[in-house]
Design a protein around this ligand. Sequence first.
Ligand SMILES: Cc1ncc(COP(=O)(O)O)c(C=O)c1O
Length: 409
Amino acid sequence: MPARQIDPPPRLLMGPGPVNGDPRVLRAMSAALLGQYDPAMTALMTETQGLYRDVFRTANDATLLVDGTSRAGIEAALVSLIVPGDRVLVPRFGRFGHLLVEIAERCGAEVHVVDAAWGETVPLERIADAIALVRPKLVAVVHGDTSTTIAQPLEELGALCREAGALLYVDATATLGGNEFRTDEWGVDVVTAGLQKCLGGPSGSAPITLSRAAVAVIDSRRSVEAGIRADDEEAAPPAERIRSNYFDLGMILDYWGPARLNHHTEATSMLYGARECARVLLQEGLDAAIARHRRHGRAMLAGVQGLGLRPFGDLEHRMTNIVAVHIPEGVVGDAVRAAMLADYGIEIGTSFGPLHGRVWRIGTMGVNARRDAVLLTLAALEQALRRAGVAVPAGGGTEAALDVYGGKP
Ligand SMILES: Cc1ncc(COP(=O)(O)O)c(C=O)c1O
């Protein structure tokens, strides 16, 4: 039987991401395809680089897209920077810190970890002590760990790393565009992201920016396969060669750079989408978009508290764009999530590992960082909780959120 045309059910995606795609982004992705060396295509690539420099708040030339989900950006950064045997320090406070450890280990690094309990940040002094002890080549950290909804303060970490001669890598997948992030001012060498959170696009493209120091490390490892150093006796010895072709940032930089040396075939529709995500964000203004995420995140937090739910984790360091709450005693969290999806078409999330089934995570990001989405979700959650046997104050969630909005639209 022939497959039917795709017709996904209507959903309001209020989980930890992905979120609903901004209609402008989805429209941009259906634009006509171009050949990869068509001047119109290379011009779009160059424009996209410029837009992401503004989004990352950086002057880095090496600002581009890695084709693949956010994890592709992480893997490209780590496999390109880490030479087997390098010492890498990971301050870890959630699931995505575990991911950094796992990828760094696969790259052959000697990985050291400074752990904080889930729901907390890693104190700067503990990171400083670990840097002094380990003397890492690279410090790799997540900015906002979606699994716990907590954001690690980064303002002083770059200076600390620079003093110690270490590079700083940050995974900003879940925070970029909706939380303050200042690549150059904070001294971050490499940042990677994704589209499916505050940038309001689909997953599948990983914006990345690299400092000169990071590019220098990659340049020193250039593979002969890049074709430009084939006759060069000083070409990197095999042990130093980047152990991935697809994620070799040296080769990817050559493809995005003026030489346009062939590597992969740029994912054209994803490029259109990533470009539109950045364009839409910058048209609103970065500061305005961050303030919008903060406002609607605060309304959601007040709303769930108004329903009598207890927030999870250190509220002083919470991400603007996701709230985590403890699932009330005796309630089957997944049953409430299923009811919200079936009855209202609204998706909320649970979490991973030790938090699975213990918390719900409710996102307000991208196009869904807006008043009606917050109020609808709170109204549906109130009803789903009541049907699950929880005594919730009538209208407690929406009233508390409306108080945060203070009568303003
Ligand atoms: C902080 C963080 N890093 C990395 C990822 C992995 O992203 P992807 O699923 O796009 O590969 C996620 C996804 O939720 C994330 O929240």
